[in-house]
Design a protein around this ligand. Structure first.
Ligand SMILES: Cc1ncc(C[n+]2csc(CCOP(=O)(O)OP(=O)(O)O)c2C)c(N)n1
Ligand SMILES: [Mg+2]
Length: 608
């Protein structure tokens, strides 16, 4: 077929623009870019050349551009992704946090930071860190522990091996995660005669690994031998597209389900066998089932400490854990019985083998009682007191339908939403693997890009808003509307409560408890408004409800600001969480908290 002479940067974007999904779409939807000397001349020129095929978008912060890309990929169930390109130095290291976020959440993200000169001619180039002892180290080496594939492109022909490897990782259901192709600045601009067949369009199928026969038979036997199994639904169910298979499985065999943060929304909350969530942010009825289960069937879950109450909630003596997971790393955790497989295939095969085997009814009355409790928590305050987070959630819940997606990442809201939010199928997006403050605004933008037909509702605390909000201006500029419910409780409310629960004095969390010369006053209305968003401050729950309705049809991002009480927690559900309390302290409160802590530690199962 011959060759085509292109710069390495031109070859990279040409190749990316023909990597396709089974549905006939480009796998890389577009490229977020902030240019600097490390990428403007090489990659920048190349992106301009393909801008009508592979779009480039300009953000305001490399980390949050990557958050938008990650939220997009999560919403697309990992079937499509976005790229982020940065200059060398600070632009690149700004993405390290986001790379870690994508890594822990097992989400695809293509990171293309500029890198130092391969030929070393101008060394040290602006922003080169200069390792005294290792000439091959650059700032981009920070990515190594937080990406699933790292490569440094220091010759144009490296792309012939690096790019297919990058795509393989991003489309591999077991090893899926972020990829970093650190692109030397001079190499980007260097021409090479690439084989023409390198650019033939390629379709990337996401495989569905079948279970091993022996592991499958043993899983079926374990389920048959149990009396009170409980399904723990993780995010893997959603990535596998196993939602319907799971529902069939649960209904056919009458097995109750609880959902992790990543798994929430796999099954509509109205399903009778759906008992909410387990663990630290678990529902009362879900944790009751967790305590009684003799077999915990994890499906696509990492068994993170919030799910397991730091390994205290599955407390029935002799109970077993069966972990159905696409990766052996998760399937074998804590001595669990492993079934390494795609979730959908595994559930279908187990169900076929179980035939008409049915379990006794779970305690449906406990489920009803739970929803009655949360109705009470959702009710608006009677007097003039500041609303709680639960009351804000109630108001948002009453004014959003099954076509909405509620999203969040850090603060009080993730826990409160996990335990209280009644999610329609596909209506919940929580980044609770890294729980990264500052994911919210950019993440909401990414979700809306992936699902323009949905009403995206971003719940964000004042602390997380202050950490990263500038993509609000990007969303305005790109005409991407979503609703931001900004709860201002004047500080890091959840950590203040955690501090007090561990015996600490209120210190350095709420604004008023922190060192200050002048009392903090942040004018969020002016702040968000200055970026072009529609902003309204509401006086209470009734006004919040009215503004939620208006925001749904807005063509601009809308920020609804509401002042809330930092002190109340969720008010129901939950379990112990392992947060180490000091063993010695002058404070009596700490000593008392330590006693409670030691009692909790005694309940932990270190091995299944
Ligand atoms: C980047 C980052 N830094 C620190 C934390 C630890 N952390 C978790 S929640 C939180 C405070 C969140 O405050 P805010 O967004 O106002 O929520 P609130 O609990 O007050 O509703 C902090 C500091 C984190 N999750 N992410
Ligand atoms: Mg706050």
């Amino acid at each position: 077929m011959g060759t085509i002479r292109l710069t390495a940067a031109q070859a990279m974007v040409k190749w990316l623009s023909v990597q396709m999904t089974e549905e006939g779409e480009r796998f890389i939807e577009g490229v977020w870019a902030i240019f600097g000397h490390g990428n403007v001349a090489g990659l920048g020129e190349a992106l301009h050349g393909v801008k009508d095929i592979l779009p480039t978008w300009r953000g305001h912060n490399e980390q949050t551009m990557a958050h938008a890309a990650i939220a997009y990929a999560k919403t697309m169930k990992r079937r499509r992704a976005m790229a982020v390109t940065t200059s060398i130095g600070p632009g690149a290291t700004n993405v390290v946090t986001a790379a870690a976020l994508a890594h822990v959440n097992r989400l695809p993200l293509l990171i293309i930071p500029g890198d130092v000169f391969a030929n070393r001619a101008p060394d040290p180039v602006l922003q080169q860190i200069e390792d005294f002892d290792d000439a091959t180290v650059s700032a981009n080496d920070c990515f190594r522990p937080v990406v699933r594939y790292f490569d440094r492109i220091s010759r144009p022909e490296h792309l012939l091996t690096a790019l297919p490897r990058a795509m393989r990782v991003m489309t591999d259901p077991a090893n899926c995660g972020p990829v970093c192709l650190a692109f030397c600045q001079d190499t980007q601009a260097e021409a090479y005669d690439y084989p023409v067949e390198f650019f033939v369009p390629k379709v990337w199928y996401i495989r569905r690994p079948e279970p091993d026969q022996r592991e499958l038979a043993e899983a079926v036997a374990a389920i048959r031998a149990s009396e009170r199994p409980l399904i723990v639904t993780g995010g893997g169910v959603i990535y596998s597209g196993a939602e319907a298979a799971l529902l069939d499985f649960a209904r056919r065999h009458n097995i109750p389900m609880v959902e992790t943060q990543a798994g929430k929304g796999a099954v509509d909350w109205e399903e009778k066998l759906h008992f909410g969530s387990p663990g630290v942010t678990g529902t009362g009825c879900g944790n009751q089932l967790a305590a009684e289960a003799d077999l915990v069937i994890g499906v696509g879950t990492r068994f993170q400490d919030f799910t397991t109450g730091s390994w205290t909630v599955f407390s029935r003596p002799g109970r077993k854990v069966l972990s159905i997971n696409i990766h052996g790393y998760d399937a074998g955790k804590r001595g669990a019985q492993a079934l390494v497989s795609d979730a959908k295939v595994a559930l279908e095969k187990i169900s076929a083998a179980l035939g008409d085997h049915r379990f006794a009814d779970p305690d449906f009355a406990a489920r009803e009682a739970w929803f009655a409790t949360t109705d009470g928590l959702f009710a608006a305050p009677k007097g003039n007191e500041l609303p709680t987070d639960a009351q804000v959630i109630g108001a948002v819940q009453r004014n959003t339908g099954k076509d909405s997606v509620v999203m969040c990442a850090a603060g009080t809201m993730p826990g409160a939403l996990h335990v209280l939010w009644r999610a329609a199928q596909g209506g919940y997006h929580m980044e609770y693997g890294f729980s990264c403050m500052g994911y919210e605004i950019a993440g909401a933008m990414g979700i809306k890009m992936a699902s323009p037909g949905k009403h995206v509702v971003c719940m964000v605390g004042d602390g997380s808003y202050m950490m990263a909000n500038s993509e609000l201006a990007t969303a305005v500029m790109m005409g991407i509307p979503f609703t931001v419910v900004l709860t201002d409780n004047r500080g890091y409310g959840c950590i203040n409560r955690l501090q007090r629960a561990t015996g600490g004095a209120g210190f350095n969390n709420l604004l008023d408890d922190s060192y200050h010369v002048n009392p903090a006053h942040i004018d969020f209305v002016a702040h968000a408004g200055s970026m072009g968003a529609q902003v309204v401050k509401v006086a209470g729950i009734a006004e919040l409800e009215a503004e939620m309705v208006k925001a749904k049809t807005a063509s601009l991002p809308t920020v609804i600001l509401i002042e809330t009480d930092p002190m109340p927690g969720t008010g129901a559900g939950g379990t112990w969480w392992d947060v180490a309390v000091p063993e010695v302290s002058d404070r009596a409160e700490v000593r008392a908290a330590r006693e409670g802590y030691e009692a909790g530690v005694k309940r932990q199962f270190l091995l299944n």
